[in-house]
Design a protein around this ligand. Sequence first.
Ligand code: AMP
Ligand code: MN
Ligand code: MN
Ligand code: MN
Length: 276
Amino acid sequence: MIRYDLHAHSTFSDGLLTPAVLVERAAARGVDVLALTDHDDTAGLAEAGDAARAAGITLVHGAELSVSWEVHTVHVLGLNVDAANAEFAAGLASIRSGRDSRAVKMGESLARAGIPGAYDGARRFVTSDRLISRSHFARFLVEAGHARETRDVFKRYLTQGKPGFVTHAWATLPDAVAWIHAAGGLAVIAHPGRYRVTATGMRRLLSEFRDAGGDGIEVHSSSHTTAQFTEYATYARAFGLLGSIGSDYHGPGESYVDLGGLPPLPAGVDPVWTRW
Ligand code: AMP
Ligand code: MN
Ligand code: MN
Ligand code: MN
């Protein structure tokens, strides 16, 4: 059986491993088909492609797009994209462009909460000059002793209502889907179980997503419990969406589920990879 992992990060966004090391790790763990899905960027794909050829596995070109939907931030994976597509590349650039000023504001917010120097501190953890994220602030806050591990940081800082959180306007859901489709890719809602919405809100999200032309949802995600695997398989069938599998791996010590660590999709869910 072919093992798929269609959601992973490298040092070109907030992952800890370079694309080459990430791909080698995936191959060593028995992954046959890996998608590199850095946040709002595709700059790691060239290196990942070389490594995948050397390791004899298949690399799917992807990205994870940051989207604002109602009051929520929702992540939409673009899978099997042509990263050179101009409309797609311009869309990603427009999402990235707001990140630095947001980070400056996050630093100011943390300073008001008694933590000075967070912007410069987070910058020291940045591994791509194209992108700064909350993960880099989280690593700084752990290093500076404000929390024991990354998970605790997000509970105490950096999330809605906590110091360090700054409201930000990302891409719209229809724009993100349109950019992904312009690049010939499939649009997949990442880790649906993570969004703080009611069942009604989830149905509204999935119907708006489907109306925008969205293709699939991550059924098996490291953010999901086994009960949620079943729940999102049911949503996939009910909304006529394809299913995907993604560990959302960020690196050793930061991710519960390693590359290739999730089970195959249940029967009755059409996998995204049947469409490429
Ligand atoms: P950003 O795109 O800058 O808002 O950063 C989002 C990233 O922060 C996500 O992709 C995760 O890598 C990380 N993150 C968000 N929430 C958590 C959490 N509760 N625990 C660990 N990492 C998180
Ligand atoms: Mn991330
Ligand atoms: Mn995400
Ligand atoms: Mn991710």
